[in-house]
Design a protein. Structure first.
Length: 332
């Protein structure tokens, strides 16, 4: 793999903080919602907006609206995946117009690749659902519990909803409440001395959003609280993700690894994103961009937004902090 490709991926992943849904609507799209995602770029590739008034270089994980013209330079390649799962590759010196149903070749060679199941590319949470935790922004006379995970739009299988938080000094017991955000009703309540609890899978419905809270019980002094949230995956998404290796069997291994990182980021599988980055960095140890991305995601998996479910002491985030980068992302 060209090191520039890996570096572009790393910068894009560093920039995604917190990680958005890859094909969800952008904050202020100038010419419609994104309908495709860049999953591979080598060499020079550009996108020209409708009317040809603006042209910009493409980087990995760029979101593309319908109507743009994609072009590649000499010795360059570009691959995109559409909302419905269709995938295309533009070879060198090629151009094609993107619409909602596919790519229309204008020059050169445009190949249609094995499609992905649509459930892996469509954002599982709509923007109007206001993703994220819903709890009061002002907590009076309390201390915040650190290391709460999962938090936000992290995606978990119903049978693997493992809740984690850091211990609080002087707290003999914790009360945990899991609430179905659709109905507002608690589905699980527990008092425990443990700081890691597996929610019974039978209590969680696939494709639902849940919030959860933890608070100290019987602690002398100020009460401590923590709040998190998660989304349960659907059987269709889990089955499609399990078949991804089979779908990508005929493609170069590193190409497939990049695409799987994109899919996992879209699905909210943040732990898998980190593991994919770690594997890519292992295969390309000379690439500084991948090393930075790996360190950055290790930190995020312990942060308030995406904290890893294992205790921080065992996680490789003791390395020196790394700065964030814009990754060259821009919107039309």
């Amino acid at each position: 793999m060209n090191p520039k490709i890996a570096s572009a991926l790393a910068l894009a992943l560093i920039a995604l903080h917190p990680a958005p849904r890859l094909l969800a609507a952008s904050a202020a799209p100038a010419q419609g919602d994104p309908v495709a995602l860049v999953v591979w770029v080598a060499g020079k590739a550009t996108a020209q907006n409708r009317g040809g008034r603006e042209e910009r270089p493409l980087v990995l994980f760029d979101k593309l609206p319908a109507g743009v013209v994609l072009s590649t330079g000499p010795g360059s390649t570009l691959r995109v995946v559409l909302r419905g799962g269709a995938r295309y590759a533009l070879r060198e010196r090629s151009s094609a117009r993107l619409d909602r149903s596919g790519l229309r070749s204008l020059a050169g060679s445009v190949d249609r690749l094995t499609p992905l199941p649509a459930v892996l590319v469509l954002a599982p949470i709509a923007p109007e659902d206001e993703p994220g935790d819903r709890f009061p922004s002002l907590i009076i006379r309390t201390q915040e519990i650190a290391g709460v995970y999962p938090r936000g739009v992290v995606n978990v299988e119903p049978a693997k909803a493992l809740l984690h938080f850091e211990p609080v000094s002087g707290a003999p017991t914790y009360r945990i409440v899991v609430t179905d955000q659709h109905s507002g009703n608690p589905v699980y309540t527990l008092e425990t001395q443990k700081t890691e609890v597996l929610v019974p899978g039978a209590l969680l419905k696939p494709g639902h959003r849940y919030t959860w809270s933890v608070e100290t019980v019987g602690r002398i002094g100020a009460k401590a609280e923590g709040h998190g949230g998660f989304v349960t995956s659907t059987p269709e998404a889990d089955a499609a993700r399990a078949k991804l290796d089979q779908i990508l069997a005929g493609e170069p291994e590193l190409d497939g690894l990049l695409l799987k990182i994109a899919v996992d980021l879209n699905l909210g599988h943040y732990r898998e994103v980190y593991e994919g980055l770690r594997e890519a960095a292992r295969r390309l140890p000379e690439d500084p961009g991948l090393a930075r991305a790996e360190r950055d995601w290790a930190k995020r998996l312990e942060s308030r937004e995406t904290a890893e479910a294992t205790p921080p002491a065992s996680h490789p985030s003791s390395r020196s902090p790394t700065p964030s980068s814009s990754g060259g992302k821009s919107s039309w």
